[in-house]
Design a protein around this ligand. Structure first.
Ligand SMILES: [Zn+2]
Length: 162
């Protein structure tokens, strides 16, 4: 289900799934939270069906995330609907960091959905999440060598919470 370049896909997310990500994000504070999302292609985008928290095993979990290897491998082999990952930015905007982009090739080939959430501390602590979604796209079919070397990029996607 390769998206056309420049085309903005929509991620359909049930509000119950969004709530689970929000809960995991707040219970993980002050550390970054992470997990995988399951789902499948749907008309006009991707329909997300489940969120599964995974332990963040980064040496510095306040500022980075790293999925627990065993849990990640279990998902890769036993979750046919594995479609993306979620992580949180407890203190910054929900946009990909340089570190996020550097780490992307480690799992990007298997995934299409990249979600980042941040607490909305200005409104009402423990109730709000700012959630951004990006479609993971391969650069392999780009003509320029420089682009190809980056392998993957994140294309902003529209979120539709249902
Ligand atoms: Zn990040």
């Amino acid at each position: 289900m390769a998206a056309l370049h420049g085309q903005q896909n929509t991620f359909f997310i049930p509000s119950s799934v969004e709530q689970e990500m929000l809960k995991h994000m707040y219970t993980s504070l002050p550390q970054e939270a992470c997990g995988v999302v399951l789902g499948e292609a749907a008309a006009g985008g991707i329909r997300i069906s489940r969120f599964q928290p995974i332990r963040n095993v980064a040496p510095n979990p306040l500022h980075h995330f790293s999925l627990d290897d065993a849990a990640w491998i279990r998902c890769v082999f036993h979750e046919p609907q594995l479609i993306g990952i979620f992580h949180s930015h407890p203190r910054t905007e929900p946009v990909p960091s340089i570190e996020d982009l550097i780490a992307l090739p480690a799992y990007a080939g298997l995934l299409q959905v990249y979600l980042i959430g941040s607490p909305n501390l200005t409104v009402r602590p423990d109730q709000q999440m700012r959630l951004n979604g990006y479609q993971i796209q391969s650069n392999l079919d780009y003509p320029s060598k420089a682009e190809q070397q980056k392998l993957y990029h994140l294309q902003p996607a529209q979120l539709c919470v249902t």
